[in-house]
Design a protein around this ligand. Structure first.
Ligand code: IMP
Ligand code: MG
Length: 185
């Protein structure tokens, strides 16, 4: 089944997507709710919103504009495979945030939780820097993350077990700029 709106989308390079899983309106509505939840959750103190690149860049940009309190933004690039600069366990921080984490509330922002391996490793690395708190916010959660011991505090949508693209998520680096989330054939 090909969604008629998406089938003519010039961003898709003529490739077939199966269906639109979450359209722009649904995402915007849920991101507003997540922003309100995060705003209400945090007590006073420094809040650092830490986005995992590249997948979170669209989500994070929308999310931080819905959080009604002071905050700072930084990013990190983690790789489970590549030759990175800083290694700890199996995760490599290809870009390590320059911002001091100690004593701050850290809100990690991820596009999608699949196996949870990346986040599990990262929680160890970042937790060792003595933040005041550290929580995860993911746009999508496949709920198959057997490796993740830390609960994902803020979840946008419980995702189907499919390959999802768009709104920052890629398949071989394509589709990140598609403004909705779609599943691939
Ligand atoms: P995990 O460590 O297995 O949870 O992998 C998480 C990472 O894999 C996410 O940050 C995504 O970048 C990527 N990923 C997992 N599932 C998908 C998907 O369906 N579409 C696009 N990227 C995905
Ligand atoms: Mg990715």
């Amino acid at each position: 089944m090909i969604n008629s709106t998406a089938s003519g989308d010039p961003r898709l390079l003529g490739r077939a997507i199966k269906r639109i899983a979450y359209d722009e309106q649904a995402i915007a509505g849920r991101v507003r709710e997540l922003g309100a939840e995060i705003t209400a959750f945090y007590p006073d103190g420094d809040l650092l919103v830490l986005g995992l690149l590249k997948g979170s860049f669209v989500f994070l940009a929308d999310l931080v504009r819905q959080i009604r309190r002071p905050l700072h933004v930084d990013f990190l690039v983690a790789s489970s495979y590549g030759a990175g600069t800083i290694s700890s366990g199996n995760v490599q921080l290809v870009y390590d945030p320059k911002t001091e984490l100690e004593g701050k509330h850290i809100q990690l922002v991820e596009d999608i939780v699949d196996s949870g391996r990346t986040l599990q490793e990262l929680m160890g690395v970042l937790g060792a820097r003595r933040p005041r708190s550290i929580e995860i916010c993911a746009l999508l959660h496949k709920h198959i993350a057997e490796h993740l011991t830390h609960p994902v505090k803020f979840v946008g949508f419980d995702a189907p077990h499919e390959v999802l693209v768009g709104y920052g998520l890629d398949h071989a680096e394509d589709f990140r700029h598609v403004p909705y989330v779609a599943s691939l054939e």
